[in-house]
Design a protein around this ligand. Structure first.
Ligand code: CP
Length: 302
């Protein structure tokens, strides 16, 4: 399998390609395939203009553990990512000669896409802004992989909670619908333009206003993405998940969250059977390894 050079979203991938990516991530995780040298001689440029724990650490650690190396670049110290605002075309000439692949995150929707227009090396979107045009493709891939690992391939009843404009939510809604999952949405109105996802929700999902509007005994997964990318945004009481609220409603499924969390996901859930969000974090490194290997078509030993 080979992936396109530009991984800006998952829309352009055939379902079979997504299946193969997940199968490869599973094989890597189970050590059924040896990728320990797969990135030898290659250089990854992590270009993060916005904070990240999971995406940064799992992508870079995955690359390093396959014997790749990193370009030790601090975007705020470059002429491109500082007050110099160097033209993107000039900066991309450098990227093309100094790295073999870029993973980029930006608070704006268009910066990663503009980089993609100007680089000739592969580029992975690690999250670009929020609302219309924003995506977080590898997060959605990790989530589908984690769901398959836990539940197999059967269609699930999934309750999506939180901001519908958040890039992870946007990528997840599109991917989960493509793989026949049944989605319930509990989400405040979007604070930014989000018409494509709003339209998908209207036509393909069932909206609810409160946890009391749904029989949680019939729900397999509650997926919370938080309320907003802004760390100061706080969830109203209705959007807070805690163990007592889940137990009171006889919920027996799993709770997922792309993390980081704020008050919407109580830590009292961490040590319960509900917790699938730590598994998501752990699965991310195998998903990134699978993506890198598929982009370079370089499964070790082949
Ligand atoms: N889920 C996710 O993207 O986390 P980070 O922002 O920490 O990378």
């Amino acid at each position: 399998m080979i992936l396109p050079r530009l991984l800006l979203d998952l829309d352009s991938l055939e379902p079979t390609q997504i299946d193969e990516l997940i199968e490869l991530a599973t094989s890597i995780s189970r050590k059924e395939v040896n990728v320990s040298n797969a990135m030898a001689g290659r250089v990854l440029c992590p270009l993060f203009q916005q904070e990240s724990s999971r995406t940064y650490m799992n992508s870079t650690a995955g690359f390093l553990r396959m014997k790749g190396t990193l370009l030790p670049l601090q975007i705020s110290n470059t002429r491109f990512g500082s007050r110099w605002s160097e033209p993107i075309q000039d900066f991309c000439v450098l990227l093309n000669s100094c790295a073999d692949i870029v993973i980029a995150r930006s608070p704006e929707t268009d910066t990663v896409r503009r980089l993609a227009e100007h680089v000739s090396i592969p580029i992975i979107n690690a999250g670009n802004g929020s609302g219309e045009g924003s995506e977080h493709p590898v997060q959605a891939l990790v989530d589908l992989y984690t769901i398959r690992e836990e539940f197999g391939s059967r269609p699930l009843q999934i309750l999506m909670m939180g901001g519908r404009h958040i890039r992870s939510t946007r990528s997840q809604i599109k991917l989960f619908l493509r793989f026949q999952h049944n989605l319930f949405i509990m989400s405040p109105p979007s604070p930014v333009a989000n018409s494509d996802i709003d339209s998908l929700i209207r036509t393909h999902c069932e909206e609810i206003e409160s946890l009391d509007d749904i029989d949680l005994q019939k729900v397999d997964v509650i997926y919370h993405n938080g309320i907003d990318e802004n760390p100061l945004a706080s969830a109203t009481e209705a959007f807070v998940l805690n163990r007592a609220a889940l137990e009171r409603r006889s919920f027996t499924g799993k709770v997922m969250h792309s993390l980081p969390r704020k008050a919407e996901l109580s830590q009292c859930i961490d040590n319960s059977n509900y917790n699938l969000y730590f598994r998501q974090m752990i699965n991310s490194i195998s998903a990134f390894k699978a993506v890198f290997c598929s982009i370079f078509r370089s499964k070790s030993g082949e």
